[in-house]
Ligand binder design. Structure first.
Ligand code: GDP
Length: 426
């Protein structure tokens, strides 16, 4: 059985926590897109971890954790992440890396940084992890697959060819020092030695695992609204964040994905630029940011303060639909217990009309939030394990959201810990 765990919003919904939790009953966990540009924060028996490239199943001895072909593979970063886990007492995880994954090159990070500097105030809010240059090269067919590291002569010739192109841009657009092809080749040989123990024909491995009836989790990064096709283009990421892409980024048949769990955050947060209709500011935002997540809403990779907002039912309903969500996990509900009342954005006003369907970016820029306000529950809810034990106004909030997003909420997360979860309708 394959289940995808994906974000229904702008990312940072708590996918890492849900994945870590569900990995207990899973055999294989796969990252299928993105790279080290976003982070998952996980709190479990070993402590608190911010994972960037490793799948969130690495904390169990019984799981196989896979970097799928769709990922932007930063090899030294991955090695460092494995090392830091082991150093903190986590048993060395079983890891496989797809031989079709492409390598995030040192110059991708440089190009990302130079381009952000060139764009200055008009930048997209990149995390400077090299993700956009990486995917641009992949689709321009000048990327490097892991498998190519093991083909010496061809590699040398390709490195020279690619450097020629990159150096024109470095010299004339960015006015920066050129790349030395020989040094780059040496780096790639080092990369080869680092990944060799992990390299695998992942789609063949998964094909066999499916025949053997294994439980497989696809772990998404970011959320629906950051998808390059269906999100708030161009303020999006460079690889698809949708469950459907899980089939491609892992190498499995699409019809094998039976369950799509959309992780939905009980309020809104976003990083980077782009329209954010239910955004709040000032003291109201500061308070939610301070109380939010686990220890405040600051990016796990960049430490940047996240933009905050009320729950956006228009964006989330669309986010669930475009994911094809079969169920939703509502997270960080415990954070909202301090509020007297909770505004929920139930519509967008665009050019004097009320809109319920999430618009394209051009129209989104004109949208103003239409709120409905629900009463708060004014108490803490951590430690509660049964849905019926939640305060009535809290249940009203959950059920209001469930109706709005048109997706059954089967899990309610009321704390960052692995066991802080309330199952519903099961
Ligand atoms: P991801 O990228 O979707 O995995 O999300 P992040 O890890 O970036 O952000 C989620 C943050 O919220 C992390 O700090 C989690 O520890 C925390 N978190 C997840 N679920 C809950 C919850 O139900 N309650 C609280 N208070 N924090 C949560």
């Amino acid at each position: 059985m394959v289940r995808a765990i994906v974000g229904a919003n702008w990312g940072d919904e708590g996918k890492g926590k849900i994945t870590d939790m569900l990995a207990r009953e899973s055999d294989i966990i796969i990252r299928f897109q993105g790279g080290s540009n976003a982070g998952h924060t996980i709190i479990n028996d070993y402590g608190k971890f911010a994972l960037h490239l490793l799948p969130s199943g690495v904390f169990y001895g019984h799981t196989t954790n896979i970097i799928g072909n769709g990922v932007a593979l930063n090899i030294p970063y991955l090695m460092e992440e494995i090392r830091s886990l082991v150093e903190r007492g986590v048993p060395r995880p079983t890891i496989l890396i797809s031989d079709r994954a492409q390598i995030l090159m040192p110059y991708h990070v440089l190009f990302d940084t130079y381009e952000e500097a060139r764009l200055a105030g008009k930048s997209f809010g990149s995390t400077r992890s090299g993700i956009a240059p990486f995917y641009s090269d992949k689709y321009a067919k000048i990327g490097f697959q892991v498998s190519e590291l093991f083909d010496g002569d061809t590699l040398k010739e390709k490195v020279e060819r690619v450097c020629e192109l990159k150096n024109v841009m470095l010299e004339h657009l960015y006015h920066q020092p050129p790349i030395d092809p020989e040094e780059l080749l040496r780096t790639l040989y080092e990369y080869r030695d680092m990944v060799e123990p992990y390299v695998c024909d992942v789609s063949a491995y998964l094909n066999q695992a499916l025949r053997d009836g294994k439980n497989i989790l696809l772990e998404g990064q970011l959320g629906s609204l950051k998808d390059p096709d269906h999100g708030i283009y161009p303020m999006v990421t460079s690889s698809s964040t949708l469950a459907a892409y899980g089939a491609i980024g892992a190498g499995i048949p699409p019809y094998e994905i039976k369950n799509i769990t959309a992780v939905v955050k009980a309020y809104s947060s976003a990083v980077g630029a782009g329209a954010f209709v239910s955004e709040i500011f000032g003291d109201e935002a500061d308070e939610l940011r301070r109380r939010g997540g686990d220890g405040g809403e600051y990016g796990a990779t960049t430490g940047r303060p996240r933009r905050m907002g009320w729950f956006d039912a228009v964006a989330t309903r669309y986010g669930c639909r475009i994911q094809g969500a079969t169920e939703a996990a509502l997270t960080v509900l415990d954070v909202l217990g301090y509020l007297d009342e909770l505004p929920v954005c139930v519509g967008y006003e665009i050019d004097g009309q009320i809109v319920k369907d999430f618009p394209t970016t051009v129209r989104l820029a004109k949208a103003k939030p239409v709120y409905e306000t629900l009463p708060g529950w004014k108490c803490g809810i951590r430690g509660i394990r049964r849905y019926e034990d939640l305060p009535e106004n809290c249940r009203r909030y959950v059920e209001f959201i469930e109706k709005e997003i048109q997706t059954p909420i089967t899990m309610v997360s009321n704390g960052p810990g692995r066991d802080e979860i309330i199952y519903r309708n099961r």
